[in-house]
Design a protein around this ligand. Sequence first.
Ligand SMILES: C[S@@+](CC[C@H](N)C(=O)[O-])C[C@H]1O[C@@H](n2cnc3c(N)ncnc32)[C@H](O)[C@@H]1O
Length: 260
Amino acid sequence: MDEEIAPPGIDVRTPSPARIYDVFLGGKDNFAVDREAAKIATDAGSDIPRAARENRAFLQRAVRFAVESGIRQFIDLGTGLPTQGNVHEVAQSLDPGARVVYVDNDPIVLVHARALLAPSETTAVIQADLRDPGAVLGHAKVRGLIDLDEPVAVLMLAVLHFAEDEEVRRTIGAFRDVMAPGSLLVVSHSTVEGHPETGEQAASAWRGATARLRSRDRKQVEAMFEGFELLEPGVVWVPDWRPEGAGGGTRWMYAAVGRR
Ligand SMILES: C[S@@+](CC[C@H](N)C(=O)[O-])C[C@H]1O[C@@H](n2cnc3c(N)ncnc32)[C@H](O)[C@@H]1O
């Protein structure tokens, strides 16, 4: 995207996690600073763009799994810039009545999401911070579209690594407390465990960004599912969560799904 046509109010001098991820996915909604940050990551791990694509594929498998499990409503925290196979497209291809609320704290996501995710009677986009779960759960659009007496899938993909331990505990706890039995918590999370030599160098790409990236290990990701039944196969590399083919791939992120 040319800096001259940056939407008003968008800071083009500080890399943002949403736009860095957009670089990995081959999108066009990013600026020079984001591409420079992304290069620091890919210089350390040339398969990081593949990891981003695998994460999107995991998101789609998890959404299909949720619909097949009877879930018809979704809260997607840390939505990212619209790309292919967004949550509502996958869910509504299986049930047109499925309801989705997208939540992101980066204003650029809101600009593009409002244009591309086609807010409708079944889909909404809000700007909010997942570290303030009360603001998310109390938002009029969430209350309008999501019935917390029914199971809901809460997606936190490639986003919790932008929050501190205590913020993660508090946010997941607040959602856990209101999720009806049968609800699903879907998480993917970055880790350096698969790349002990180069992982920290890759993570340094986010040091000057609006949020820095934290690595967590498998046990820390497992601990996020306290109060949930961790579904098979547990916490695994993203491409290995119920793969449709042989599985196997990158080792930059863990994935897991738990049932309330
Ligand atoms: C790496 S992208 C992941 C996008 C999508 N969830 C996926 O997995 O494909 C992370 C997104 O989380 C958003 N984000 C980061 N911290 C957040 C916070 N505290 N509250 C809400 N969104 C946040 C970023 O703006 C970005 O759009």
